[in-house]
Design a protein around this ligand. Structure first.
Ligand code: NAD
Ligand code: IPM
Ligand code: MN
Length: 357
C-alpha cells in the first residue's frame, strides 16, 4: 500500500537540505520500487509569512494523516522579534506535541572516515556509537505555568516550569531500555537529581523500569558531569536517556564527536512508531542560500524514516551504505572538509549519494 510522506522543508537551509533527501527518496522510488507519495507543505517562518501562523491547521491535519513526516529546520533572524506564540520554533513544537512524538532518537554515530573531522582527537572518537534518547513533549519546554510577569516592585520576572509526570518518565525509559536491549545493553540516565526534585523522581522511576530489564547495566549521571564525560571519554556511553532540555544540549555536544552537527540525524516517534524525521541542527541562517550546508543529517534522517515508520530497513541500510561510500570517495561539504579531500556543495553531495545508491 502506498505510504504518505509529508515534506516540510521549513526555513534557512531547510529547503536546500530537504531537497537532497527528497532526491534520494525519489531515486529509491525509481530503483527500488519504494511505494510512497510525497506532499510538500510549509512550516515555521515560511508558514508564518504565508498564513500568519507557524503551523496552519490544515498542515497539522495533513501531518496527522500521513505515515511519516520529513522536516528540514525552522527559524531565522527575521522572525526573532515576533511574539513567542507565533515564532517558527512554535510550529515545530506544536507538531511534536500534537502528534505526541515523545521519543526523540539522536544517534551520534561516527562514520570511521570522519574520525579526523571531529575537533576531538581521532583516538577519542574512533568507533563512537551513542544513541541519545531525548524526551520530547514534556519537561521545561511544555511545563505550565510559564511566561513573563510584572512583580509588585515593577520589575519583570520570567518563569518556566520543569515538570514530568510518572507516566511520561516511564514511557521514555521503556524506549531507552528497549533500545539498549538491541545494542550494547548499557544505559546512562542523565539528570540533575542533586538539585531538582523532578529529576530526583526521574531517577527513581528509571530504577523501577530497570527491574524489567535485568540484562541492562544502568548508570545515573548528573548532567554537568555527563557534558564533561562526553568530551573526556565518549565511548563509555551506549544509550543515554534524558529530559527535553538536557537532551537538546547534550545532543548538539555529541554531534561534534561525529565530525559536525551536519551529520546528526533524528527520529521523533509516538507510541506506535509513527514519526517525524529531521536533522538535529537548526536552519543555519548564517549559511542559508549558499548551497554549502551538509545535507547528510537530513538524508540519514530519511533513512531513519524508512527504518522506523515505513518498514523498509533494507532501504535504510542502502542509504547508510551510500553515505559511507560517498565519504570513502573523499567528498565533503565544508563543515567536514579538510586538506586533501574534495569539497562539494549541498546539491553535489546529494547527487553523489544518489549515484552511490
Ligand atoms: P543551527 O544548528 O542552525 O546552527 C549552528 C551552527 O551550525 C551554525 O554555524 C550553522 O552554520 C552550523 N550548521 C548547522 N547545520 C549545518 C549543516 N547542515 N551544515 C553545515 N553547518 C551547519 O543553530 P542556531 O544558529 O542556534 O539556530 C538557528 C535557527 O535555527 C534558530 O532560529 C533556531 O531556533 C533554529 N533551530 C531549529 C531547529 C530545528 O528546526 N529542529 C534546531 C535547532 C535550531
Ligand atoms: C532541536 C531544536 C529545537 C528544540 C528548537 C528549534 C525548538 O533546537 O530540535 O534540537 O529545542 O528542540
Ligand atoms: Mn537543538
Amino acid at each position: 500500500m502506498t505510504q504518505e510522506v509529508l515534506i516540510l522543508p521549513g526555513d534557512g537551509i531547510g529547503p536546500e537540505i530537504t531537497a537532497e533527501a527528497v532526491k534520494v527518496l525519489e531515486a529509491l522510488q525509481q530503483k527500488e520500487n519504494l511505494d510512497i507519495t510525497m506532499t510538500h507543505d510549509l512550516v515555521g517562518g515560511a508558514a508564518y509569512d504565508a498564513h500568519g501562523v507557524p503551523l496552519a491547521e490544515e498542515t497539522l491535519e495533513k501531518a496527522k494523516q500521513s505515515d511519516a513526516i520529513l522536516l528540514g529546520a525552522v527559524g531565522g533572524y527575521q522572525w526573532e522579534s515576533l511574539d513567542i506564540s507565533v515564532r517558527p520554533e512554535k510550529g515545530l513544537l506544536a507538531l511534536r506535541s500534537n502528534l505526541e512524538l515523545f521519543a526523540n532518537l539522536r544517534p551520534a554515530y561516527l562514520f570511521p572516515q570522519l574520525a579526523d573531522a571531529s575537533t576531538l582527537k581521532p583516538e577519542v572518537v574512533a568507533g563512537l556509537d551513542i544513541l541519545i534518547v531525548r524526551e520530547l513533549t514534556g519537561g521545561i519546554y511544555f511545563g505550565q505555568p510559564r511566561g513573563i510577569r510584572t512583580l509588585d516592585n515593577g520589575e519583570r520576572q520570567g518563569y518556566n516550569t520543569y515538570v514530568y509526570s510518572e507516566s511520561e518518565i516511564k514511557r521514555i525509559a521503556h524506549v531507552a531500555f528497549d533500545a539498549a536491549m538491541k545494542r550494547n545493553k548499557k544505559l546512562c540516565s542523565v539528570d540533575k537529581a542533586n538539585v531538582l526534585e523532578v529529576t530526583e523522581m526521574w531517577r527513581e522511576i528509571v530504577d523501577e523500569v530497570a527491574k524489567e530489564y535485568p540484562e541492562v547495566e544502568v548508570q545515573h549521571m548528573y548532567v554537568d558531569n555527563a557534558a564533561m564525560q562526553l568530551v573526556l571519554n565518549p565511548k563509555q556511553f551506549d544509550v543515554m536517556v534524558t529530559g527535553n532540555m538536557f537532551g537538546d544540549i547534550l545532543s548538539d555536544e555529541a554531534s561534534m564527536l561525529t565530525g559536525s552537527i551536519g551529520m546528526l540525524a533524528s527520529a521523533s516517534l509516538d507510541a506506535n512508531n509513527k514519526g517525524m524525521y529531521e536533522p538535529s541542527h537548526g536552519s543555519a541562517p548564517d549559511i542559508a542560500g549558499k548551497n554549502i550546508a551538509n545535507p547528510l543529517a537530513t538524508i540519514l534522517s530519511a533513512a531513519m524514516m524508512l527504518r522506523y515508520s515505513l518498514n523498509r530497513e533494507d532501504l535504510a541500510l542502502k542509504i547508510e551504505a551510500a553515505v559511507s561510500h560517498v565519504l570513502d570517495q573523499g567528498l565533503r561539504t565544508g563543515d567536514i572538509w579538510s586538506e586533501g579531500l574534495t569539497k562539494v556543495s549541498t546539491s553535489e553531495m546529494g547527487d553523489a549519494v544518489v549515484a552511490a545508491l
